[in-house]
Design a binder for this molecule. Structure first.
Ligand code: UT7
Length: 312
């Protein structure tokens, strides 16, 4: 068995906080509409910060928390759909910035809001044949670059930020996960950064329904694989897109409210970064400790979805 254990977490948020009331009056939205329909109250937006700077800052904290040095890391994976460059990958810039070895793979993956969950499976698969014990997995996004600030149906939903984890091989455990994608490029999309009007476009209602179904489906699949029940899981960390999506998933799966982590009120949807940011907060607040079991669930553009069980 090649299981994985999370041995360090970190996060980085840009300096600028942007509240619901800060949107341009011409947008014709309100704090009341945004917070009641989504649960979002504020988010962070970059001013000068780049994707790789946020990713490196979060990764540095995760490595310090794990007490690992650069020599011990066997791969760097960054989940993002908003890299600074088309090439090189954010992961390669982080590699140089943190002085990581030059003989290990460093690359980005794009599975949108499911990117971090996809990254866990990629990392675990690579670890089976890797001689090193640790992989650095980052989720980092500058979503504000791809937002149309004249489109109230999307621009109020997102924020910028980065989270990172250090994963360690753990042969005493299995790795339970499920990934999926529906081959639907219309429901939620964003043209490449070099195209004119490269903004996020979304059929909110369709994505909402998909997200609830996907979250519930992933939970059932991982419980089936692992033989565990809801009671055995300490926390469920859903991708933070909308509080009502998470409430619905909790209701369908009969998950006690206190096990469903929520921080989207402060960060909004940071796409691939929502889950590692949440994990870092849970560790910092001592809500997750050595021995905790956490189920992470992602759903988003693609339409991709997935879930995994994490041991701490
Ligand atoms: O990571 C995955 C990414 N995205 C998501 O998961 C998002 C999934 N979808 C959602 O969260 C919700 O569908 C939204 C929050 C996007 C929309 O909520 P909703 O309750 O489904 O609202 P709606 O789209 O049905 O719109 C209702 C009304 C419309 O007005 P009319 O046609 O009823 O007059 C919209 O024009 O609300 C209007 N509206 C707004 N009003 C004020 C839409 N956005 C806004 C806004 N402020 N920001």
């Amino acid at each position: 068995m090649t299981g994985i254990k999370v041995v360090g977490t970190g996060r980085f948020l840009p300096a600028k906080i942007f509240y619901n009331d800060d949107f341009d009056k011409k947008l014709d939205t309100s704090d009341e509409w945004i917070s009641s329909r989504t649960g979002i109250k504020s988010r962070y937006f970059v001013t000068d910060e780049t994707n790789w700077q946020m990713a490196a800052a979060a990764a540095k904290k995760a490595m310090e928390a794990a007490n690992v040095n650069p020599e011990q890391i066997g791969a760097i994976i960054c989940a993002t759909f908003t890299p600074d460059y088309s090439t090189p990958a954010v992961a390669c810039v982080v590699q140089r910035e943190l002085g990581l070895r030059g003989d290990i793979p460093a690359f980005d993956i794009n599975a949108a809001c499911s990117g971090f969950v996809y990254g866990l499976k990629v990392a675990q698969s690579m670890m089976i044949e890797m001689k090193e014990e640790y992989v650095l997995l980052i989720g980092s996004e500058v979503v504000s670059r791809m937002m149309d600030f004249n489109d109230r149906s999307t621009c109020v939903l997102f924020g910028d930020g980065a989270g990172a984890v250090v994963l360690m091989k753990d042969s005493s455990k299995a790795f339970y996960s499920k990934l999926g994608a529906e081959g639907n490029p219309e429901a939620l999309s964003c043209l490449g950064a070099n195209f004119p009007n490269a903004y996020i476009k979304m059929d909110g209602t369709k994505v909402f329904k998909f997200a609830v179904d996907a979250g519930a489906k992933a939970i059932n699949e991982i419980l089936r694989q692992s033989g565990l029940s809801i009671d055995d899981i300490d926390y469920f960390v859903c991708h933070q897109a909308n509080k009502r999506i998470i409430d619905f998933i909790g209701k369908i799966e009969k998950i006690p409210k206190e096990k469903l982590y929520l921080n989207l009120d402060r960060y909004a949807n940071t796409v691939a970064a929502t889950i590692p940011i949440a994990l870092d907060e849970l560790v910092e607040n001592k809500q997750i400790k050595e021995g905790s079991k956490v189920m992470v669930l992602g759903f988003g553009s693609g339409l991709t979805w997935g879930g995994a069980l994490l041991y701490f």
